[in-house]
Design a protein around this ligand. Sequence first.
Ligand SMILES: [Zn+2]
Length: 117
Amino acid sequence: MSIVQNILDILRDEMTNRDIGRLKRVVIKNGQLAGVVTEAMQFAWEALTPGTSEFDGAKLEIVEIPLKVSCGKCGTEFTPDHNRYMPCPSCEEVLGHNVLEGKELYIDSIEPADPEE
Ligand SMILES: [Zn+2]
């Protein structure tokens, strides 16, 4: 819940900056390692947004970003099948990889509601 609360606060600020009164759609990128379950976020959104003047009826779209790492030994970039056990496809090194993508959680885009709606 608190993460969605947080996102709603950021959205409110952003909407004020852009002079948007009501939101139609928001796209959020959710990395595989960000630690937030997409379904839980969707659930919290549906619990918190109805009846609010800014977000009532707005659609939350969550795009999941798969994990991408580069091998700490040979530098090969790959997407592991597993979050904790990540053998490199080139040299089979398991430890010391660098996470390139998949830790992030951010608002990707927002779409204002049509004025007449
Ligand atoms: Zn490697």
